[in-house]
Write a protein that binds this ligand. Structure first.
Ligand SMILES: C[S@@+](CC[C@H](N)C(=O)[O-])C[C@H]1O[C@@H](n2cnc3c(N)ncnc32)[C@H](O)[C@@H]1O
Length: 291
């Protein structure tokens, strides 16, 4: 009880004193995740991202901006719809994620830029893109600020396609992470505000589009279930995917082993069944237009 109280007080204090995981740390984490990211995470997200691109119905001569392109899953899909007359600019803050994307896509009409998406949007001319995509990354910014900046660079009737984790995705992992922090509140150094930025459901994404002055064309949600043999297998998965980026650095590194062991113990205690540990990946996606 006392450690829970200490935990909430500490989180509140860190939030109001803006001790947030810096963007530089997220970038470093994605640099080290780049080599395993596709195997552990893109295999889960790819079909949903492909569906988003299909529904965008992109014109073959379109100019498209792919924000937070990562290892290029969405960029590669966009490339299939765009003929050599069209152009794709793909942006990501992690050099290593971009290097992986470059290994897959080597085309004259695809340009990669390494940098933060908000800053790059500010550098783009107004009305310059037919389409902007952002896959699994609006949580790394204030979503409304990001959507407003995207609207500025879209041409009239230009489309935006967003796909993102729902706030309640992978909930056993998040709840276990919170319980680990409650066990060692004195070692929490930073907070990560990504979850606060995630859309609750498709209606939430629709409202965000509206607030940004965009016309929502369609929104949808989906879910994929998978299971792990035990807690160690879950931890291994988490540490090889974007799900751990930033979060892993909230605690003092000197208690990393203790935290990893506590994670395994708690997730097995609270979620292990005869079938293993079941996890549900929930996402929301939507397409809007600049009117
Ligand atoms: C979960 S991955 C998604 C990658 C890709 N869109 C996909 O569908 O696989 C999130 C990506 O966002 C990038 N990222 C995080 N914050 C960013 C920022 N502020 N600006 C640009 N990229 C960012 C990370 O480097 C990472 O590659």
């Amino acid at each position: 009880m006392i450690s829970k109280l200490y935990f909430y007080t500490k989180i509140f204090y860190l939030l109001i004193s803006r001790r947030l995981i810096p963007m530089e740390t997220i970038k470093e984490d994605y640099n080290s995740l780049a080599s395993t990211y596709d195997e552990y995470f893109s295999n889960i997200t790819r079909p949903h991202s492909q569906e988003l691109v299909r529904r965008l119905n992109i014109n073959s001569s379109a100019t498209v901006l792919d924000l937070a392109c990562g290892t290029g899953t969405i960029t590669a899909e966009l490339r299939k719809y765009i003929c050599p007359k069209g152009k794709i600019i793909a942006v990501d803050s992690s050099e290593q994620m971009i290097n992986k994307a470059k290994d897959k896509i080597n085309e004259k009409n695809v340009e990669f830029i390494c940098g933060g998406m908000l800053g790059i949007l500010d550098e783009c001319q107004e009305n310059s893109f037919d389409c902007v995509t952002c896959g699994w990354a609006i949580g790394y910014a204030s979503p409304l600020e990001l959507l407003k900046k995207i609207k500025r660079v879209l041409k009239q009737n230009g489309k935006i396609g967003i796909i993102e984790n729902r706030k309640d995705t992978l909930s056993p992992l998040r709840e276990t992470g919170i319980k680990v922090m409650q066990r060692y509140p004195q070692h929490i150094l930073y907070v990560m505000d990504l979850t606060l930025h995630l859309p609750r459901d498709e209606r939430h994404l629709e409202r965000l589009y509206k607030k940004a002055g965009l016309k929502s064309l369609e929104v949808w949600e989906g879910e994929a279930k998978f299971s792990f043999k035990d807690g160690r297998e879950v931890l291994n998965w988490v540490l090889h995917t974007g799900a751990s980026a930033g979060f892993d650095r909230m605690m003092d590194p000197k208690v990393k082993n203790k935290c990893d062991n506590a994670f395994i113990e708690i997730i097995e205690r609270d979620y292990k069944t005869k079938e293993g540990i079941n996890i549900s990946h929930k996402y929301v996606a939507g397409i809007a237009e600049r009117i």
